[in-house]
Write a protein that binds this ligand. Structure first.
Ligand code: NAP
Length: 334
């Protein structure tokens, strides 16, 4: 049995960008397993934008204390078990944390079927904070109708790339906003979107006017800030603005820049609605059933970007906030 665990802990609370010096990587001896505990070899750790909001010490999400292991979803394989529901060799997913070996209780993990999709896919396309979030945001909140214009930000990222593909399947005209020409080309050539805007090199509002002259029916926002305002400037009558996230604001949550053009909601008789996937627990099963079907028939694209080695987790978080990743970003723990 593995005798040590290497974990990423919060060394100091970030001010602004969460740079790698905010974290330290420590190796500890593993204690004997207690009754009901399960020991899991962590294979992949999910890197999520929302993790930045857990490092502040207060807020909407669960918080990480100084010296504590960074909270993160993960997938792995059971190494040892003192609980009847889990056997050595079971593939599992859950809140495993940014570490190589997790010691957890039975409620912290669930078995996954790694014969239908590789283990990493259970964090990406089949992960709760990724594919399931996209599915719930599109199907339960945005509800695009055939022919509607659906615009998504952080469109080349994990949640955005799947949300756009689901809206496309549902008959919408999909336009993605992402940073840089390579990502803009990926949206069209790989994901099959109808339009792409490179927000780093193009005027988003002007491009939206060109690509959607009758306005946006749905804006599925992952970014916030100036991109949200550019969308608000271009709403169609009865538009829906869906707040999935606002990564541009997470580095300074005490000074969130709100949308200055919110009066466009009145002009367009539009609504703005936020959501979190965990408010739809009854939809996780149907979401997973349909996403699994698409994985099996190969009709959905889910790019994965994997950094190797637990010590690269701090770098990975910074990489995401600098727009490095295309698709789902993960760290391969060992
Ligand atoms: P992701 O989209 O895979 O990665 C984040 C992407 O955001 C980066 O690759 C970068 O792409 C873009 N970005 C970063 N800083 C930006 C900035 N200042 N302005 C514009 N774009 C920026 O990350 P994810 O984990 O899938 O999360 C996407 C969003 O979904 C986040 O807002 C997250 O909080 C939200 N989320 C919500 C829920 C929910 O239940 N509501 C659940 C999970 C995630 P570019 O190269 O294009 O800049």
């Amino acid at each position: 049995m593995t005798a040590t665990n290497t974990r990423v802990v919060l060394a100091r609370r970030p001010v602004g960008e969460a740079t790698p010096d905010c974290f330290s990587v420590e190796t500890e001896e593993l204690a004997e397993l207690e009754p009901d505990q399960i020991r899991v070899a962590v294979h992949y750790i999910s890197v999520d934008a929302g993790t930045r909001t857990m490092l502040r010490g207060e807020g909407f999400h669960q918080q990480v204390g100084l010296g504590q292991t960074i909270l993160a979803g993960g997938v792995g394989v059971v190494l040892a078990s003192n609980h009847d529901a889990f056997q050595v060799g079971d593939a599992v997913r859950g809140g495993l944390g940014a570490q190589t070996v997790a010691t957890v209780g039975p409620k912290d993990i669930a078995k996954v079927d790694d014969s239908t999709a590789p283990l990493s896919a259970h964090l990406g396309i089949l992960g709760h904070s990724t594919g399931v979030t996209s599915w719930i945001g599109v199907r339960c909140v945005a509800k695009p109708q055939p022919g509607e214009v659906f615009v998504v930000s952080a469109a080349a990222g994990a949640v955005g790339s799947i949300a756009g593909q689901i809206a496309k399947r549902d008959g919408a005209q999909v336009i993605g906003i992402a940073g840089g020409p390579t990502k803009a080309a990926y949206l069209i050539d790989t994901l099959g979107f109808d339009g792409a805007i490179d927000y780093k090199n193009e005027d988003v509002s002007e491009r939206l006017k060109e690509l959607a002259p009758n306005g946006l029916d749905i804006f599925y926002d992952n970014v916030g800030g100036p991109i949200l305002d550019a969308a608000l400037e271009n709403l169609a009558l009865h538009a829906r603005v869906i707040i999935c996230g606002a990564i541009s604001q997470y580095d300074d949550m005490d000074n969130v820049t709100g949308p200055s053009l919110y009066l466009s909601l009145a002009k367009s008789q539009a609504v703005m609605e936020g959501f979190a996937y965990f408010h739809f627990p009854e939809m996780i099963k149907p979401a997973l059933a349909e996403l699994t079907q698409w994985v099996e028939d190969g009709s959905i694209v889910m790019s994965e970007e994997i950094l190797e080695g637990i010590e690269r987790y701090p770098e990975a978080l910074q990489f995401m906030f600098n727009g490095g990743n295309t698709g789902k970003l993960m760290v391969k723990a060992a």
